[in-house]
Design a protein around this ligand. Structure first.
Ligand code: ZN
Length: 549
């Protein structure tokens, strides 16, 4: 008999604990856009910040109250009352309960040592602080989650006191008790035993209602995700974490990785998010990297750019036959994609995979000898910094060059760009970028010379190139540039660094990407632009040929 899956709720603390990460800072608008994005994605609870600690967090709760999330519930973070002060006289607590969030997450010390030696209060006063603060918030109509700070360390050194803090929180009205591995030092077996003990204590203290156990882990031992999973297996039903695991020191549990493991690796025992939500998880992960201005980790489980990248030749021939052989889940299940990397390490199988990816597999002229030549060419270009996995247009051109089918439509004689900065008066400066191109075009070898302006050198160059070529090749008018990406390859070489430019273009029917590499960013852009134009011209030439037959 199949058992009903247990619903596991996700509690995101990117905006509070995640914001503690080195180098991460969210503006008020950033915080709002993260909150609405998490809501769209389907996160159950969003911790928006710590209203007593700064004005930005206070303003966040005001703004988010004006436009409530669709389904997520907003939580505010705060501390128990200060020692020796009544809850009604505590200014920080007043801000917490006054901020408008329906749930308040109150952190208290669940370790005897932390209470006496860090907070410097008696064990009794610490319990009273937990009790009175929660009762006060509940009396004002707030739902309360209790964050049991240092629970696992406290439970290891003085289990009875650690469990007593939980019982007090529950009797005072907390609906969730979140067990925190605050310094990230616990092992999975300790977390499992701690959750089991906490669950028993909490159930005994609340015979008439269900109090849930939550888990909050840090990654100092590389175990944040593993510890979250064992906590769930031991009975926790709420997981706190951050998107991409950002957080202070080594970070928090990566909430999306936890969610993917719960969804795909636990034989249907748990239900997490809504159906299909994880297919949007890679996009959410990348959105957060962008917004937090953090470099993505290519090897991030499930969502990293390398999570489904295959390089070795043997390996790739396995993937071509059956993707299960080297992938534990389909990349689409988390919205990621498979990438086949061509490299000197790999063999013809990678080229075959590329030909398949770019729909060239039915080309009968691609015999083993031609494939070997393509591999040689690709290997040589890659050593200079080229990459073809995101440059279908350039790859197809490379194939037709190797096959001897490519005739260039134009060739460069020279180009030049210049930026003219003019101070009109003391307050007004104008900037103009001008590009000049000189080309040899078509079978007659006609020489064309054009000048154009643009927003920056690449745009000006593109305009000049188009101006020159569109008179002869009017189909180029349909081509639009949709994306432009620049990547500095060996940045430690300083000024001599190599730059790779990827340009994405489209016409009415198709999109294609082209790549250029040079020590000079303008020249790298020129190469990618020329490939884009040649690709379009080859395409329309082939179409005309077809119609002529
Ligand atoms: Zn934390």
């Amino acid at each position: 008999m199949a058992t009903t899956p247990v619903r596991i709720k996700l509690y995101d603390t990117t905006l509070r604990d995640g914001a503690q990460a080195e180098g991460v800072s969210f503006s008020l608008n950033d915080k709002l856009s993260v909150a609405y994005r998490l809501d769209d994605f389907g996160i159950d609870f969003i911790e928006g910040g710590y209203p007593a600690s700064n004005e930005k967090d206070e303003a966040f709760f005001e703004r988010v109250a004006e436009k409530s999330p669709k389904s997520a519930i907003v939580c505010a973070f705060g501390m128990t009352r200060r020692k020796g002060v009544k809850p009604t006289d505590d200014a920080g607590l007043a801000k917490l309960v006054g901020c408008g969030a329906p749930i308040v997450t109150i952190v208290g010390k669940s370790s005897a040592f932390q209470a006496t030696d860090v907070l410097c209060v008696s064990l009794e006063e610490n319990l009273a602080m937990i009790d009175e603060t929660i009762q006060y918030a509940v009396s004002l109509g707030k739902r309360v989650f209790y964050d049991a700070e240092h629970f696992f360390d406290g439970w290891k050194s003085d289990p009875e006191y650690a469990l007593e803090t939980l019982r007090v929180a529950v009797r005072a009205g907390a609906e969730v008790v979140v067990l925190c591995d605050t310094n990230g030092g616990s092992m999975p077996d300790e977390v499992s035993n701690g959750v089991t003990a906490a669950l028993q204590a909490v159930r005994a203290a609340s015979p008439d209602r269900t109090v849930e156990i939550g888990i909050h882990t840090h990654n100092d031992c590389g175990l944040a995700v593993a510890n979250s999973l064992v906590a769930v297996d031991s009975g926790a039903t709420l997981v706190q974490g951050t998107i991409n695991g950002i957080g202070e020191r080594c970070g928090n549990a990566d909430l999306l990785v936890v969610a993917a493991n719960l969804a795909f690796k636990k034989n249907g025992r748990y239900e997490v998010l809504s159906t299909g939500a994880l297919e949007r998880a890679t996009a959410l992960s990348r959105f957060m990297y962008e917004l937090a201005n953090v470099n993505p980790t290519p090897g991030q489980p499930y969502f990293g750019a390398s999570a489904f990248a295959h390089k070795g030749g043997m390996h790739v021939s396995g993937i071509n036959r059956n993707s299960n052989s080297y992938e534990h889940v389909p990349p689409e299940s988390v919205g990621n994609e498979r990438r086949v990397l061509v490299s000197e390490l790999s063999g013809k199988a990678n080229i075959v995979a590329f030909l398949k990816k770019y729909n060239l597999q039915d080309d009968k002229t691609l015999n083993q000898e031609t494939i070997a030549k393509i591999l040689d060419k690709v290997t040589c270009e890659e050593s200079q910094g080229y990459q073809y996995e995101a440059a279908d247009g350039s790859f197809k051109l490379l194939v037709s060059k190797v096959k001897g089918e490519f005739t260039p439509s134009f060739s460069r004689l020279n180009f030049q760009t210049s930026v003219v900065v003019t101070d009109v008066n003391e307050t007004l400066t104008t900037k103009a970028t001008v590009a000049t191109v000189k080309l040899r075009v078509g079978s007659q070898g006609e020489i064309l010379h054009e000048v154009a302006e643009g927003d920056g050198p690449v745009d000006a160059l593109n305009n000049a190139l188009r101006k020159a070529l569109e008179t002869i090749y009017p189909e180029l008018r349909d081509v639009k540039l949709v994306d432009y990406k620049v990547r500095v390859l060996n940045s430690d070489a300083g000024t001599a660094a190599t730059t790779r430019v990827i340009i994405e273009s489209k016409d009415g029917e198709e999109r294609w990407s082209t790549v250029g590499v040079s020590e000079n960013v303008v020249e790298a852009s020129w190469i990618a632009l020329c490939d884009s134009i040649e690709y379009k011209l080859a395409k329309s030439y082939n179409a005309k040929e077809k119609n002529a037959h």
